[in-house]
Design a binder for this molecule. Sequence first.
Ligand code: AR6
Length: 177
Amino acid sequence: MSASPARIEVVRADITTLEVDVIVNAANSRLVPGGGVDGAINRAAGPDLAKAMAGLGRCPTGEAVVTPAFKLKAKHVIHTVAPVYAQHPEKDVWRLLGSCYRNALGLAHDHKAHSIAFPSLGTGVYGIPIAQACKVAITEVQAHLATKPRPHHIVFCCFSESDAALYRAALESKEGY
Ligand code: AR6
């Protein structure tokens, strides 16, 4: 049986409502529930998620860890920690952000996920400019799809229509980072 063809989609939505195998969380390295998308995911998943996160200890910037998704429709939540824009030289920001996408995709592959939804990691409280961050996200996803069969349905879930427009333009331009 051949695998389904890869599909990259950009949607404007609350990520907690999506029916995908994996939802990615923009966490902090202490894995303590915060605001933004982290807060929304924790509210929707219920208090067991915070307990599972605490049980994992810490997650260094650029790395990723996995928990069950509890009350969410997804099977797993993959937590990854983007760099704080103001705390690193620019080249390290892109390297660490790229590593967040690569590590999250690798974990999703290992957990046999067919579909995954990403928020725009690092572009809220952590201050990374979204016009460049979305190019990192798209480049890393396309590189993953070129070599691995899963997850083959990738959703970039944006919280505003203007963010979604930037992702769509970057997908069309095929410019790397
Ligand atoms: N669905 C989809 N996207 C969302 C949602 C949602 N429900 N809510 C916010 N966004 P942020 P960061 C978008 O700040 O910059 C937390 O306190 C938002 O518009 O959530 O990586 C953590 O604990 C933005 O585009 O993540 C960390 O301390 C994107 O999600 C810190 O924030 C990411 O914004 C991480 O900061």
